[in-house]
Design a protein around this ligand. Structure first.
Ligand code: GUN
Length: 281
């Protein structure tokens, strides 16, 4: 079994990015800048945003974290987004999800300058991506594609199963696999024949957010498993959506949790920030 080591690959890619950022800084005395908006006290968001800010620091990308209380009005967040849209020191803007229910994700995303939309959540980026044009692409699925490429996992002609259809992961993941030549099935909570789909798939991506969701299903010997889940159990232990121990000897390649997809998401965010920076120079 091949362990798809996202931690190692993200370190390699981020050290290459750091070199580019430094070389660019030497020539121009300018650096990319990322602004992360975090609303409320979601403990997981706090951890993720902390990791994003630290990664920026390590690579030499300027970063700011904008904090709002849970009760903030939509107007206030929109005013901040507009301010960041105009700020020449900021090339990337990210609003950490989930956000409180009284705020509209759609309204906030649409107000962002699409050139600074490093999450790829603005409708213009979603549309370009769907059409196969150059666009900012959501970080988690983009990171997964980079991981598959690094380990030379063949996608063309393969049968891929994506479990979960969120706009952050499942949907864009299915599109990327489709664009790479896989035949893709998307499964979700209404799917009736999940067992059968799991047995047939060459590549399975699980992005459903339920600890060890994939544990009893049979899979094809030699299948590739990508686990997007990061679930914290009451004991404090982090587990994925996949029972790693159960599948590690059946799969030909599998991502660990932690150290698989998570670091690749952060890596893609910084790469997208660099891309936005170059596009706005
Ligand atoms: N929350 C969980 N994953 C993500 C992500 O990729 N982007 C943002 N903005 N929020 C998230």
């Amino acid at each position: 079994m091949l362990l798809l080591d996202g931690k190692k690959l993200s370190e390699k890619r981020l050290s290459a990015l750091k070199k580019e950022v430094e070389e660019h800084y030497e020539k121009t005395k300018t650096r990319p800048g990322l602004a992360v908006i975090r609303i409320g006290d979601n403990p997981a968001s706090k951890v993720y945003v902390g990791k994003k800010v630290k990664a920026c620091h390590d690579v030499g990308i300027h970063s700011v974290e904008v904090l709002f209380p849970e009760s903030v009005s939509e107007e206030k967040v929109l005013t901040e987004v507009e301010k960041l849209n105009r700020d020449p020191a900021i090339n990337g803007i990210l609003i950490q999800l989930p956000i409180p229910k009284h705020l509209s994700e759609k309204v906030l995303m649409e107000r962002m300058n699409p050139k600074k939309d490093v999450d790829g959540f603005h409708p213009l980026n979603r549309g370009k991506f769907l059409a196969g044009d150059d666009a900012l692409i959501p970080c988690t699925p983009l990171g997964i594609m980079n991981l598959l490429k690094e380990y030379k996992i063949e996608i063309k002609g393969k049968s891929a199963l994506v479990i979960g259809r969120s706009l952050i992961v499942g949907r864009p993941m299915s599109l990327l696999l489709d664009q790479a030549g896989a035949t893709v099935t998307v499964a979700h909570s209404q799917t009736k024949n999940l067992e059968e789909l799991c047995e047939r798939a060459d590549i399975i991506v699980v992005a459903i957010g339920k600890p060890h969701f994939l544990s009893s299903q049979k899979i094809k010997a030699g299948a590739v498993i990508i686990d997007v889940g990061i679930n914290r159990l009451e004991s404090g232990k982090l587990v994925g959506d996949v029972d790693f121990e159960k599948y590690k000897s059946i799969a030909s390649a599998i991502t660990p949790v932690p150290g698989g997809v998570g670091p690749m998401t952060i890596c893609s965010l910084l790469e997208n920030t660099w891309k936005s920076f170059l596009n706005t120079q």
